[in-house]
Design a protein around this ligand. Structure first.
Ligand code: F0G
Length: 353
């Protein structure tokens, strides 16, 4: 039997990627993430619902798809240092890939608004972590300024190579389903990912790899919903810290994705996000709060009667729930403590007649 090993998105989709033989491929074998059929959500909605679990990437989020390309191209160009602003996942991913590439990595994050696991990732991978008394939008302005002034490569999604890599999420879904979904639901923060997915679907369609194009449904958190309001939000607020963003860099392409596909960008409340988070967690999938915004959006569409029975739907779960265990535990019941004997355990488990 010949070995079958997933080689990472740059090798698996090499002919569609901006790489040549001269590009040093920096990979942690990202991509190839599971598309999980959700019986629970399918039953609730009368549709065929699949969860694209991008929390299964090497650093636990979809950012790895873009980062393998951005870091490989930075290395090809001779860069020795990279920088990014982040709500946590971009910094975790940039730090890991820069570490793999032997490059220096600086990250600027909003103080106190990063999930602990994400901060730990950036630190263990050796990034220089700087906190600011400000939000993501301010951190991004600062990073853009630094990248223009000093010899350091910006690896936020304003770097086009990030978007190039993140298109592979859409291609994988098409490859896994044998076609594009009818409806594609995803969280929206800085709006790079919805831009990438829409480009990915369109390119596959243009190449005849799918006959259908999905309706794109993007969801922001209600307290951080500039695309819904039509103006930047100065003080974005949400428990879904990953999408706590008030002025998305990819504003226009995100709006275009929604408009061109006949879809929308709407908002879900923190309450809806938590309910969705709990629902999928109960059914075996531990995604982070921001990711649950997609499922919250799906349920909202269903409530509003905007789904047609039998539609094929994908929800992207962008990051792993383990990144923010503190939050998950605080919302759960405290485990009981018992003596280490069979009877006590059986009683507690309700096994005694
Ligand atoms: N979901 C998660 C888990 C994220 O970390 C992000 C963005 C998004 C969704 C939204 O994606 O920005 O492309 O619209 N996180 C960025 C970061 C901002 O710094 O990690 P987007």
């Amino acid at each position: 039997m010949s070995p079958h090993v997933w080689r990472g998105i740059l090798e698996e989709y090499r002919d569609r990627m901006p790489v040549t033989d001269a590009t040093p491929v920096v990979t942690l074998r990202e991509g190839g993430t599971p598309l999980i059929h959700s019986e629970e959500l399918s039953e609730r909605t009368g549709c065929e619902v699949h969860l694209k679990f991008d929390g299964a990437n090497p650093t636990g989020s979809f950012k790895d798809r873009g980062m393998t390309v951005a870091i490989s191209k930075a290395k090809e160009a001779g860069a020795e240092a990279v920088i990014c602003a982040s709500t946590g996942n971009t910094s975790a991913s940039a730090a890991a890939y820069a570490g793999k590439a032997g490059m220096t990595c600086g990250v600027i994050v909003p103080k106190g608004k990063i999930a602990l696991g994400k901060l730990a990732q950036a630190l263990v991978h050796g990034a220089k972590v700087i906190q600011i008394d400000g939000n993501f939008d301010q951190a991004l302005i600062l990073c853009r300024d630094l990248a223009e002034t000093y010899p350091v490569e910006l690896v936020n999604s304003v770097n086009p190579y990030r978007i190039d890599g993140q298109r592979t999420g859409a291609w994988e879904i098409c490859d896994q389903l044998g076609r594009a979904p009818d409806v594609h639901v995803m969280p929206v923060g800085n709006a790079g990912n919805i831009t990438a997915y829409w480009r990915g679907y369109r390119e596959y369609s243009a190449d005849g790899r799918t006959d259908v194009l999905p309706v794109m449904r993007g969801y922001q958190a209600a307290g951080a919903a500039p695309l819904v309001l039509g103006h930047p939000v100065e003080l974005p607020q949400t428990i879904a810290t990953a999408i706590r963003i008030g002025n998305p860099a990819s504003w226009q392409p995100a709006v275009d994705a929604a408009t061109e596909s006949g879809g929308s960008i709407r908002s879900v409340t923190d309450r809806e996000i938590i309910a969705a988070f709990r629902l999928i967690a109960r059914h075996g999938v531990f995604a982070e709060m921001a990711s649950a915004a997609s499922v919250a959006g799906l349920l909202q569409l269903h409530e509003a009667g905007e789904l047609e029975p039998g539609q094929i739907i994908t929800c992207v779960l962008t990051g792993h729930g383990l990144k923010d265990p503190e939050w998950a535990i605080s919302g759960a019941a405290e485990p009981v403590t018992i003596p280490a004997d069979r009877e006590s355990a059986a009683r507690e488990l309700g096994l005694l007649a």
